[in-house]
Design a protein around this ligand. Structure first.
Ligand code: NAD
Length: 440
């Protein structure tokens, strides 16, 4: 099938590459011309394990614009090339949050307008972006204003995780297809026929809701275990062991039970607030979600308080942050815990050194309005020089494997504040660190 992808970000690019790998002819379109230029010469704008290799195997550079062979992918800033003659058109544009908590649908609406303008045959428009219930119908209305022929809308929410996106695409736990027409259902079911997982066919609205409900539930698990951690600290229990004990119960499951600095990233924070807002605008107060958000915000504040307590005060203290990405194996720092921590530490007049193996430091500073300068390093040990404390913000593997004896030697004071519980309690204490963690 010829497939168009509208929006070549994390989701769009991974989806496009993986669908081409399955033997489809894929055209990825984006309004960001710079991004497209880089992709056309094989440069990937994001860090995602396995993606570069997979794209190289598709050898897209040898493709001529507009003449796309099965199993190949091309990148274009020309919407006509992408949309014309495509059987499936995936919308994978961003759906960020507005200041008032509502979902900003401007990208989705403009994508719909573009589709309406260039559609010239029957196609199924598949929405992969996370959107409020009712957006599928809205997209349909916008397209119909410009294109008067036959087309269908499908909601096919995305569940891939940054850092394991290729693996998640290849081995999904479920595929959700929300559709109004049998014809569209048949086409999209055919696309996914080789996948060995349950395919749940629902209405458009139910599919849209499944995505929000899933993210909200996972975020609730994270806030729940963080609350348990805070109680554990007061009663001398170990939250890691508590989580293991809970997770062995198959009704609970072991994932998303890691106490720490809470959730971040481009999805959870905005999706949880969006669902809370969707409920409110439909006259329902989602009380539980309000607490989930509050607990998440408080986890960051608690860590800064702990650091302050152990260093007496934070004024002019030098803090080294290991990790700026919102989780390991990604270069995505949107809504990361590190951003909140830097703001909170700077408010207390602390100075910040920082290291992350994948983050583009310039972009990190440009996208966030920090009060004071941050010193960035290309080596995690050098970043520790003259620091009063090391704070672990992202659980990268290289931090788990760090030479703690060396860490102790370089730090001004042997203080480790572990926001991700990555170190063994006995081991760090034996080495002579003052070791603060979450719930142990
Ligand atoms: P992103 O910001 O990385 O990418 C969005 C892309 O869309 C950008 O390249 C942007 O230039 C492009 N774009 C915006 N308007 C456009 C238009 N009118 N036409 C063409 N291109 C346009 O976003 P993302 O992280 O890929 O997320 C996309 C959607 O998928 C969001 O709704 C998100 O909530 C959802 N989602 C994301 C993830 C994830 O892990 N990132 C997982 C599941 C679902």
């Amino acid at each position: 099938m010829k497939i168009a992808i509208i929006g070549t970000g994390y989701v769009g690019l991974v989806t496009g590459v993986c669908l081409a790998d399955l033997g489809n002819s894929v055209v990825c379109y984006d309004i960001d011309k710079e991004k497209i230029k880089r992709l056309q010469v094989g440069k990937i704008p994001i860090y995602e394990p396995g993606l570069k290799k997979l794209l190289e195997s598709l050898d897209s550079s040898k493709q001529k614009k507009g003449r796309i062979k099965p199993g190949k992918i091309i990148f274009t800033d020309d919407p006509k090339t992408a949309i014309e003659k495509s059987k499936l058109i995936f919308i994978a544009v961003g759906t960020p949050q507005k200041r008032n908590g509502e979902v900003d649908l401007s990208f989705a609406k403009s994508a719909a307008q573009t589709i309406g303008k260039f559609l010239n045959n029957y196609a199924v428009v598949v929405n992969k972006s996370t959107v409020p219930v009712g957006t599928g119908k809205l997209v349909k209305k916008i397209i119909s204003k410009k294109y008067h022929g036959d087309f269908d809308i499908v909601s096919n929410p995305e569940f891939l995780k940054e850092g394991s996106a290729i693996e998640d695409f290849a081995n999904p736990e479920r595929i959700i297809i929300g559709a109004e027409s049998q014809k569209a259902r048949k086409i999209i079911n055919r696309l996914y026929q080789s996948f060995n997982c349950p395919i749940l066919n629902t209405s458009l609205e139910t599919a849209e809701m499944i995505k929000y409900a899933s993210n909200a539930f996972l975020a609730t698990k994270i806030s729940f275990i963080n609350e348990i951690a805070n109680v554990c600290e007061r009663v001398d229990a170990d939250v890691k062991e508590v989580a293991t004990g809970m997770g062995l119960d198959s009704r609970i499951g072991k994932s998303f039970l890691e106490a720490g600095l809470g959730y971040g990233g481009s999805c959870f924070p905005k999706d949880i607030k969006a669902l809370h807002n969707i409920a409110l605008s439909n006259n329902y107060r989602f009380k539980l979600l309000k607490s989930v958000i509050q607990v998440n915000n408080d986890q960051r504040k608690l860590l800064v308080e702990k650091t302050k307590r152990i260093l007496k005060n934070l004024n002019d203290k030098k803090i080294c942050l290991w990790g700026l990405a919102f989780k390991p194996d990604t270069d995505d720092f949107r809504e990361s815990a590190a951003i909140d921590l830097i703001r909170l530490f700077q408010k207390e007049n602390a100075r910040i050194n920082a290291y992350d193996p994948q983050i583009n430091y310039e972009e990190f500073v440009n996208r966030n309005n920090f009060k004071n300068k941050i010193n960035f390093y290309s080596d995690k040990y050098t970043a520790l020089k003259n620091c009063d404390a090391l704070v672990i913000t992202t659980e990268w593997n290289e931090f788990k494997k760090a030479d703690l004896k060396k860490v102790k030697k370089i730090l001004k004071k042997p203080v480790v504040v572990d926001g991700r519980n990555i170190y063994n309690l006995e081991k760090v204490k034996k080495l002579g660190f003052k070791y603060l963690n979450i719930g142990r």
